[in-house]
Design a protein around this ligand. Structure first.
Ligand SMILES: CC(C)(COP(=O)(O)OP(=O)(O)OC[C@H]1O[C@@H](n2cnc3c(N)ncnc32)[C@H](O)[C@@H]1OP(=O)(O)O)[C@@H](O)C(=O)NCCC(=O)NCCS
Length: 167
């Protein structure tokens, strides 16, 4: 049976985090490649409203880190900015809908609405967000990325209500 866990990211996770982050950087808002020293400084300076959790898959008693969740509480109560990046080895396995649903159940008291920005070209992520119930509330051009991005939002309660879909 597959089970998910979310554990706070620590300094020991930084080199693993960085290799995942750099390998998916073409999908992110900042597609620069970072080095470990950058990541250490960034992690030390993360603000109170922002945190990263390691997304762990447990199967047959074995635990593997498969990605990370990033979360920022924008107004300290109602609106949070969310994101999930998976290690390429674990992409395309349909793990992310369930991960978001479990994370929503664990965190729905923390905020009511999740928002995110996604590149218009990132069709896989866009399909996922649509499946989770996110709706597009804006589209704008990013000079930095030289492409359009969507601003999307969803009620956390809706994501939390998604039932078990993995075996
Ligand atoms: C985006 C991401 C979290 C999705 O997780 P995942 O577990 O790989 O996604 P899934 O396997 O559940 O696939 C999601 C859906 O997209 C569909 N999909 C896959 N590739 C696609 C493509 N190229 N175009 C359109 N849809 C695609 C899948 O078929 C699936 O829909 P379905 O269940 O109806 O078949 C993961 O791929 C990832 O970490 N990507 C790199 C980083 C990233 O893009 N982060 C998000 C930045 S906003």
């Amino acid at each position: 049976m597959k089970q998910f866990f979310f554990e706070p990211m620590s300094n020991e996770d930084l080199s693993w985090f960085l290799s995942v982050r750099n390998s998916v950087r073409q999908y992110l808002h900042n597609s620069r490649e970072f080095i470990l020293e950058d990541a250490q400084i960034w992690f030390m300076n993360l603000g109170d409203l922002e945190y990263y959790k390691i997304f762990i898959l447990q199967e047959n008693g074995l635990r593997v880190k498969i990605g990370y969740i990033r979360f920022r509480n924008i107004d300290k109560s109602n609106i949070g900015e969310i994101g999930l990046d998976l290690d390429p080895k674990y992409q395309g396995l349909k793990l992310s809908v369930q991960a978001y649903a479990e994370f929503a159940r664990a965190n729905k008291a923390q905020c009511k609405v999740w928002t995110l920005r996604v590149r218009k070209s990132n069709q896989r992520a866009f399909s996922l967000y649509t499946k989770l119930g996110f709706i597009v509330v804006g589209e704008f051009y990013s000079n930095e990325l030289e492409e359009n991005e969507y601003l999307m939002l969803v009620h956390v309660e809706h994501v939390a209500s998604i039932t078990n879909q993995i075996g």
